[in-house]
Design a protein around this ligand. Structure first.
Ligand SMILES: [Zn+2]
Ligand SMILES: [Zn+2]
Length: 614
C-alpha cells in the first residue's frame, strides 16, 4: 500500500483560507458589503500596475481589513491588481461590490462579522504554511470557526468547546484563543492528541453544555516546525535543544517502524495506567507503519497518519455518545493538524475535516465541502492528475509565459455533455470568461471544423485561443473507476455513460457482431460516431487489466485524432494552444481532476510550434 502525503501536494500553491471554503457562506450580499463599497478608495491604476506583489498585498490589507489574513501566496499579482483597480460592478440590487463579494466567495468567509482578536501572537511564520499548505493561523482559524458556527445557528454563549489536543504545553495557546470566544474548554485529550477521555468524557461534556446549546469538538495531532523549517521539532522556552514535537508521536513512529522491520514484536497494552496511554498511541499508529515507511518526509507524514487514526477514534466516540447531547443540540467536529512554531510567532492549524452531526450521530452538514477539497484516491489511479484549480493555475502560467493575455484569450472546450463536467469549465471561466463549447457525447468535438471556425471568429482582437478537450471518467468514494456518486441519487451509475455504452458496442463487434451503419436520423448519430471512433481501440480495451481505467485513454486517443484534424483547419491571427487529457469526476463535495496528456502550441494556421508540457 503506497499512500503519499497527497494533501500538501494537492494544496501546494494555495495558502490560508483559500484552501478552505465552508459551503454555507456563499450567501447573498449583505449590508456590510454596501458599507465596504462606500468606504472603497480608488487606486491609481498606474501606481498599482507598477507595485510589487508585496506592496499590492499591503494595499489590499489596508483596503480590505476583513481580509487581513491574505498572504502574498494566496492571490496572484493579477488578482490583486484587479481587486484594487476594477470599478465596482453594481448588481441589480445596486449594493454589491464586485471585488469584496468575489473575495468573500474565494475565501469562504462571512464579511459581516468583526474580526476576532486572539491572545496568542499573530506574527506569520511562513515555514509552517510551506510545510503544511492550507494551514491557518490561530486567529484565522478562530475567525473561520466562529463564522461557520454562526451560520449553523450556534450561539457563542451557549456553546461548549471540547478539545482533544496533546498534553504538550505548546498546545495551550490554541485552546486559549478558542476560549477567547467560547470560554474554557472541556479537555478530552491525552498523549499525541488522542481523545483518551473516550465516550465517557464526551458524555460528561455533553451534560455540561448550556441549556439549549451546542458543542464544538476540536481534535488533532500536533507537529513542530522550527525556525529553520525542520518538521517534527521546535524551539522551546528556555531550552537550547528543542527536541521532538510531538514527542509521543515520534516515539510511537519509532515503535511502528521497528514492528514493521521485525526488529521488535507487537506489544500488548499494559494493564496499568502508568504506561497504557503511550501503548495505545503506538497501537493505533500501527496500521500506518508502511505508509510512514514509504513517505518522502516521515515527520511530515506522521501527523497526517495520526489524524487518520484519531478521526477513526472520534467517529466511534460520536457514534457511541452523541445521544448525550440534549434537545436538538448540535455537534460540530473540527479535525486537523496543529502546527507549533517558535516563540513570538502564531501557531497554525491545518483543517482536514469540519462536520456537523445531530445527536443521533448523523452527519448533517459537511462544512468543508468545497470545490478545492482534495480527493486523494484520484492521484493513485491517474498519476499526474491535477486538481481543477492546480490545472487552471498551471495552464495560466504557461500561457502567460507564451505571450497570452487573459483578457484576450478565448477558451474552447470539448467535454462531455454530462453536468459533472461543468466545474472544469467554470474553473477556466474564472480566469478567461465564458467558454465556447465544441463538445458532445463522451467529450468528442462534435461541433467539428465549423464550430472551431466560428470560435476563431470570436477571439478578441489580437488575442489567442486555448482549446481543452478530453473524455471523462468517474472515481467513486470507494475508489471504483467508471462510476461516481451523483447528487440526489442513491445509485450513481456509469460515468461516462456514453463511453461505457460505446465500449459495450465495440466489445460486441470484436466478438463478431455486425458493425453499425450511420443512422438516418440525426437523433441517433452522435452516439454512433462515439462507437465508430472507439472501434480501432476494441482490442486494446479487451486486453486491458482494468477496462474502465483503459477506456478514457482509448477515447483520448480517438479524440486527439479528431481534434488534430479540426485544428489543422485553423485560420486565425493568434495562437491556438491545445490541451488534451482525461477529466476525472469525484463524489460531491470534492474537487475534480484533469490528467494532462498533451499540451501543444499551434500557430494560427494549425501548425505545431512547440510542446508546452512534456
Ligand atoms: Zn505531543
Ligand atoms: Zn459522459
Amino acid at each position: 500500500m503506497k499512500i503519499s502525503p497527497a494533501l500538501p501536494i494537492l494544496l501546494a500553491g494555495l495558502s490560508g483560507v483559500s484552501a478552505f471554503a465552508p459551503s454555507n457562506v456563499a450567501r447573498p450580499a449583505t449590508a456590510r458589503m454596501a458599507t465596504v463599497e462606500e468606504e472603497k478608495t480608488s487606486f491609481d491604476p498606474a501606481v498599482v500596475m507598477g507595485s510589487s506583489s508585496r506592496e499590492l498585498n499591503q494595499m489590499i490589507k489596508a483596503e480590505f481589513p476583513e481580509m487581513s489574513f491574505i498572504t502574498r501566496k494566496t492571490l496572484s499579482k493579477s488578482k490583486m491588481v484587479e481587486m484594487l483597480t476594477d470599478a465596482p460592478t453594481v448588481s441589480a440590487g445596486g449594493k454589491v461590490d464586485w471585488s469584496v463579494q468575489k473575495g468573500a466567495a474565494t475565501f469562504g468567509l462571512s464579511l459581516d462579522k468583526n474580526p476576532i482578536e486572539t491572545a496568542s501572537p499573530t506574527k506569520a511564520f511562513p515555514n509552517a504554511v510551506e510545510a503544511f499548505p492550507g494551514a491557518l493561523t490561530n486567529q484565522e482559524l478562530v475567525q473561520m470557526i466562529d463564522a461557520t458556527l454562526d451560520e449553523a445557528g450556534y450561539d457563542r454563549e451557549k456553546t461548549l468547546v471540547a478539545c482533544s489536543l496533546c498534553c504538550d504545553e505548546v498546545n495551550r495557546p490554541l485552546e486559549n484563543d478558542i476560549a477567547g470566544v467560547y470560554t474554557n474548554n472541556f479537555n478530552m485529550g491525552g498523549l499525541a492528541g488522542f481523545p483518551f477521555g473516550g465516550a465517557v468524557a464526551f458524555g460528561a461534556m455533553s451534560a455540561h453544555i448550556p441549556d439549549g446549546g451546542d458543542t464544538l469538538m476540536v481534535y488533532g495531532p500536533h507537529v513542530g516546525v522550527d525556525s529553520k523549517g525542520n518538521i517534527g521539532t521546535v524551539e522551546r522556552r528556555g531550552k537550547e535543544n528543542g527536541g521532538s514535537c510531538c514527542g509521543s508521536a515520534v516515539a510511537a513512529s519509532g515503535y511502528v517502524a521497528d514492528v514493521l522491520s521485525g526488529a521488535t514484536e507487537k506489544a500488548a497494552i499494559p494493564d496499568d495506567p502508568l504506561h497504557a496511554q503511550q501503548a495505545y498511541v503506538s497501537d493505533m499508529l500501527l496500521p500506518y507503519a508502511e505508509r510512514l515507511d514509504t513517505a518522502d518526509n516521515k515527520m511530515q507524514e506522521l501527523p497526517y497518519a495520526l489524524y487518520d487514526a484519531q478521526q477513526d477514534m472520534v467517529g466511534r466516540i460520536i457514534e457511541k455518545a452523541a445521544a448525550g447531547v440534549a434537545g436538538d443540540g448540535k455537534i460540530a467536529v473540527l479535525g486537523g493538524v496543529q502546527i507549533n512554531t517558535p516563540a513570538g510567532f502564531s501557531d497554525y492549524f491545518l483543517p482536514l475535516s469540519f462536520e456537523l452531526y445531530n445527536n443521533s450521530g448523523d452527519l448533517v452538514e459537511d462544512f468543508m465541502s468545497s470545490t478545492n477539497r482534495p480527493f486523494n484516491k484520484v492521484k493513485e489511479i491517474f498519476p499526474g492528475a491535477l486538481s481543477n484549480a492546480e490545472l487552471v493555475a498551471k495552464v495560466g502560467q504557461t500561457l502567460e509565459a507564451n505571450g497570452y493575455d487573459k483578457k484576450t484569450t478565448l477558451v474552447a472546450t470539448s467535454l462531455c455533455c454530462d453536468e459533472v463536467n461543468r466545474p472544469l469549465e467554470d474553473a477556466f471561466s474564472g480566469d478567461y470568461d465564458t467558454n465556447f463549447n465544441m463538445g458532445g457525447l463522451a467529450g468528442f468535438p462534435f461541433g467539428g471544423a465549423v464550430s472551431f471556425g466560428a470560435m476563431s471568429a470570436h477571439i478578441p482582437d489580437g488575442g489567442d485561443c486555448l482549446m481543452v478537450y478530453g473524455p471523462h471518467v468517474g472515481v467513486d468514494s470507494k475508489g471504483a473507476v467508471g462510476t461516481v456518486e451523483r447528487r440526489g441519487r442513491a445509485a450513481g451509475g456509469s460515468c461516462c455513460g456514453s463511453a461505457v455504452a460505446a465500449s459495450g458496442y465495440v466489445a460486441g463487434v470484436l466478438k463478431g457482431d455486425e458493425p453499425a451503419t450511420l443512422p438516418e436520423d440525426v437523433v441517433d448519430a452522435q452516439q454512433y460516431f462515439v462507437g465508430k471512433a472507439l472501434l480501432p481501440y476494441a482490442e486494446q480495451l479487451e486486453k486491458a487489466e482494468d477496462k474502465m481505467i483503459e477506456l478514457p485513454y482509448a477515447l483520448y486517443g480517438a479524440q486527439t485524432e479528431l481534434t488534430k484534424r479540426i485544428v489543422e483547419t485553423s485560420n486565425t491571427d493568434g495562437n491556438v494552444a491545445v490541451l488534451g487529457g482525461i477529466q476525472i469526476n469525484t463524489p460531491p463535495g470534492f474537487t475534480d481532476y484533469f490528467m494532462p496528456l498533451s499540451f501543444d502550441m499551434h500557430n494560427g494556421k494549425g501548425e505545431v510550434q512547440k510542446q508546452l508540457w512534456s
